[in-house]
Write a protein that binds this ligand. Structure first.
Ligand code: FAD
Length: 319
C-alpha cells in the first residue's frame, strides 16, 4: 500500500503547487503509516521532492511526453498507482491537475474529492474537508472506495520541509497512443502568472484609467507580485482579460492579495477570498472589501500607494 502524488514539472521544473501536493501526501502517508511515492515526468531535478517527504521517487523520462497530453499522463499515473498499490492518489489544482484528476479516478474506479483543504479528519471511514461555493462553505466528504483520488486546493496546506532518505527508481511505463497533444505553448514573457503568484497586486475602477497603472506595476515590481484587475477594468479595455480575477475571471489563492480601488463586490470576492491575507486600499470606508480584508487602509490610492512603494524600497534596501 502507498500514497501516490503526481508532481507536475512543466518544462522540467516543479512549481510550488507540486511541493505542496508532496507535503500533503506526506501527511496522509504518515496517517496511514505507509510510504509516500512521488511520480515525476521529465523533471530536471526529480530529487527535489525528497525535501518535502517523498520516500520513493518514480522517474519517468521520455521525449514523447515533452508536451502535455492528458490521456498519456493519466495512463502513466494509473500504471504507477497500480504498480505501487496506491490507496490514495493526490493531484494538485493546476489547470492540468484539474483536468487529470477526474479521469484518473474513473480509470482507477476510485472515489474522487476535489478542492480538498486538509488531511483526512478520519481514515476509517475516509473523510476529507473540502471548500465549496466559491469558498463560502466547507463540505466533509466520505470516500468509501478502496482507492481515493484527492484534488488538493492550492495554498491550503502550504509547503512543509520533511526530508527523508529516498529511493529513486527509473520508471518506464507503457506510453499509450493518443491523438490529442498540446503542440506548443505561448506564454506571456517576463510576467508572474496570477496562478503561480504568492503575492497579487490588483487594481479596480478606483484607479480612474489605464494611464495610472504604472502605480500598480511599480508596487507589483517591488513586491515580486503578479498584476490583476477587477472585471470592469478589463471590460473597459484598461487591462487585458488575462488579468481579470473573480467569479467570472481567474481564481486567486495567493498568500497576499492587495486590492487597490476595488469595491469588493460579491462576484470579485468570490474569486479572491481563498487568499490568505487580503489588504484593501480604498477611499470609501463603507466599501464592502473592508469586511472581507484582514487589513485595510482608508485613503486615496494616489497618495497611499506611492508612500507604500517608498517604504517597501527603503525596507528592501536595509534588509
Ligand atoms: P467599482 O465598483 O466602481 O469600485 C471602485 C472602488 O474604488 C470604489 O469602492 C471606490 O470607493 C474606490 N475608489 C475610487 N477612487 C479611489 C481612489 N482614488 N483611491 C482608492 N479607492 C478609490 N467583478 C469582478 O471584479 N470579477 C468578476 O469575476 C466579476 N464577475 C461578475 C459576474 C456577474 C454575473 C456580474 C453581474 C458582475 C460581475 N462582476 C465581477 C462585477 C462586480 O459586480 C463589480 O461591478 C465589480 O467588481 C466592480 O469593480 P470595481 O470594484 O473595480 O469598481
Amino acid at each position: 500500500m502507498s500514497v501516490l502524488v503526481f508532481a507536475e514539472s512543466p518544462e522540467g521544473k516543479f512549481k510550488k503547487i507540486a511541493f505542496e501536493a508532496v507535503s500533503y501526501g506526506k501527511k496522509i502517508a504518515s496517517q496511514l503509516k505507509t510510504q509516500l511515492v512521488v511520480l515525476t515526468i521529465n523533471a530536471e531535478n526529480a530529487s527535489e521532492v525528497a525535501t518535502y517527504g517523498a520516500d520513493k521517487i518514480l522517474k519517468v523520462n521520455n521525449g514523447d511526453l515533452a508536451n502535455f497530453n492528458a490521456i498519456k499522463t493519466v495512463s502513466i499515473i494509473q500504471q504507477a498507482a497500480q504498480k505501487e498499490n496506491a490507496e490514495v492518489v493526490i493531484i494538485d489544482s493546476s489547470s492540468n491537475g484539474l483536468y487529470l484528476a477526474p479521469i484518473i479516478s474513473a480509470k482507477l474506479e476510485a472515489g474522487f474529492a476535489s478542492n480538498v483543504i486538509e488531511e483526512p479528519s478520519s481514515t476509517v471511514p475516509f473523510i476529507v474537508k473540502r471548500k465549496a461555493f466559491s469558498n463560502k462553505a466547507f463540505i466533509h466528504t466520505e470516500i468509501p472506495t478502496a482507492i481515493k483520488v484527492l484534488g488538493l486546493a492550492k495554498n491550503s496546506v502550504g509547503v512543509l520541509e520533511n526530508s527523508t532518505s529516498v529511493n529513486e527508481e527509473v520508471f518506464s511505463p507503457e506510453i499509450i497512443a493518443s491523438g490529442v497533444t498540446s503542440v506548443s505553448t505561448n506564454k506571456s514573457s517576463g510576467k508572474i502568472s496570477i496562478a503561480d503568484a504568492d503575492i497579487v497586486v490588483s487594481g479596480g475602477r478606483g484607479l480612474k484609467g489605464p494611464e495610472n497603472w504604472g502605480l500598480i506595476e511599480e508596487l507589483a515590481d517591488v513586491l515580486g507580485a503578479a498584476i490583476a484587475c477587477s472585471k470592469p477594468v478589463s471590460d473597459l479595455g484598461w487591462r487585458s482579460h488575462e488579468e481579470h480575477v473573480g467569479q467570472t475571471g481567474k481564481p486567486v489563492a495567493a498568500n497576499l492579495y492587495i486590492a487597490i480601488g476595488i469595491s469588493g463586490a460579491i462576484q470579485h470576492l468570490a474569486g479572491v477570498n481563498a487568499s490568505k491575507v487580503k489588504v484593501v486600499i480604498n477611499t470609501d470606508p463603507e466599501a464592502p472589501f473592508f469586511k472581507a480584508a484582514e487589513y485595510g487602509i482608508i485613503g486615496d490610492a494616489f497618495e497611499v500607494v506611492p508612500k507604500l512603494i517608498e517604504k517597501l524600497k527603503e525596507f528592501k534596501a536595509k534588509n
